[in-house]
Design a protein around this ligand. Structure first.
Ligand code: NAP
Length: 349
């Protein structure tokens, strides 16, 4: 049988509640011509998935959307055979179809994975969409130059860890912003950022100012809210800000435009200091930059020059609780849920 999570149909509040989701059990679907059936191994839990649900992009009964790493078990789809390990979008589901007629975001194209290129779970993180997000936001949009200061919020998370390390490799003074002390220590001791300040501290704004004595040249925004307010006065003339995400606002009332509110608060400083502010959407870079990104980043990951922490939980039953925890900062590293055997790990063990 196939177990999957769907919206229960209860009205959605600001953040997920235990009764927001419902676990269903049905026989696995059979692939039609042009389709393949795969069993899910890793489910990626990402902040944007809450936005999907709140915007009404998913309906009760349908499996919740997610990027996944899976193994093909039956294929009638060209280019994929039983046994292949793949990146796809099985969602919060133990089994799903891919291929013809199966809805997915246009840029999340199923592809075969080569375990020789890195752990297959990393296709959902540093060697996949999140790595590309960090690369696009920091390298392509942030245009970091040696000697400058870069600040990265949600620094120990899936995107933030990579964005900061890419800036560090380019010779910048890199400051992370994270929550609890263990995360801040990890960002400095393991990832090699120069410093990391906690947004939970009552002296956060002063701490940030003290760690950026030369101001901020590149800001990689994952959070918004109070974190953005502390960063704002520190921008240098000509600084670049990439808005990757505004997670502090994902529970805002419908119709609230967090980006517009941030821009309004920043207007005077952005204008006076010539700060360039750009929104990032990773889908815009998949076709044009995915290969260049992998050429640069995959060898660095393999050589241990870019480190990447995953927070892997277990069992399809745990998915909604893990999701809610991640939105509150309970994850430590990229949040994944393993729901099936990973044959590459068993082979090594
Ligand atoms: N633009 C794109 O195409 C694109 C693509 C991928 C991801 N994103 C965005 O990138 C951001 C990071 O995503 P991710 O996958 O790397 O998530 P993540 O950082 O692994 O997890 C979210 C983290 O955000 C922090 N956080 C949550 N609420 C916060 C608050 N109110 N104030 C400050 N920090 C808060 C928590 O870390 P602490 O405990 O350290 O506070 C939490 O662990 C998200 O906004 C996401 O939507 C955008």
């Amino acid at each position: 049988m196939n177990r999957y999570w769907t919206l229960s149909g209860k009205p959605l509040g600001a953040w997920p509640e235990p009764d927001t989701f419902e676990l269903r059990e049905v026989p696995p679907p059979a692939p039609a011509a042009g389709q393949a059936l795969s069993r899910t191994i890793y489910i990626s839990l990402d902040p944007y998935q809450w936005g999907y649900k709140r915007r009404g992009a998913e309906s009760p009964g349908a499996p919740c959307h997610a990027r996944t790493v899976s193994q093909v078990i039956e294929s009638r789809m060209d280019g994929f055979a039983a046994g292949d390990l793949v990146f796809n979008t099985n969602g919060w589901s133990e089994y799903a179809l891919m291929g013809e007629g199966v809805a997915r975001p246009s840029y999340m194209i199923p592809r075969k994975l080569d375990p020789a290129q890195g752990r297959i779970s990393q296709a959902l993180g540093v060697l996949g969409m999140l790595g590309l997000t960090a690369y696009a936001g920091m390298v392509l949009m942030g245009k970091p130059a040696a000697g400058e200061t870069a600040v990265v919020s949600a620094a120990s998370g899936g995107v933030g860890q990579i964005a900061g390390q890419l800036a560090k490799l380019r010779g910048l003074h890199v400051v992370g912003i994270a929550g609890r002390e263990t995360k801040c220590r990890f960002v400095v001791d393991e990832l090699g950022f120069d410093t990391c300040v906690s947004h939970l501290s009552p002296t956060f704004a002063d701490d940030l100012r003290a760690t950026c004595p030369a101001g901020i040249d590149v800001y990689f925004e994952n959070v918004g809210g109070a974190v953005f307010d502390a960063v704002l006065p520190l921008f240098n003339p000509g600084a670049r800000m990439t808005i990757c995400g505004l997670i502090a606002h994902y529970g805002d009332a419908a119709g609230t435009d967090a980006r517009a509110a941030s821009m309004k608060r920043g207007e005077e400083i952005f204008g006076e200091r010539g700060v360039t502010v750009r929104d990032l959407f990773v889908g815009d870079f998949v076709e044009t930059h995915h290969d260049a990104f992998l050429r640069e980043v995959a060898p660095l990951v393999a050589a241990g020059k870019i480190k990447y922490l995953e927070d892997i939980r277990h069992g399809i039953e745990t998915v909604p609780a893990c999701f809610a925890e991640m939105l509150r900062g309970g994850n430590f590293g990229k949040m994944l849920v393993q729901v099936g055997n990973d044959p590459t790990v068993s082979a090594e063990a």
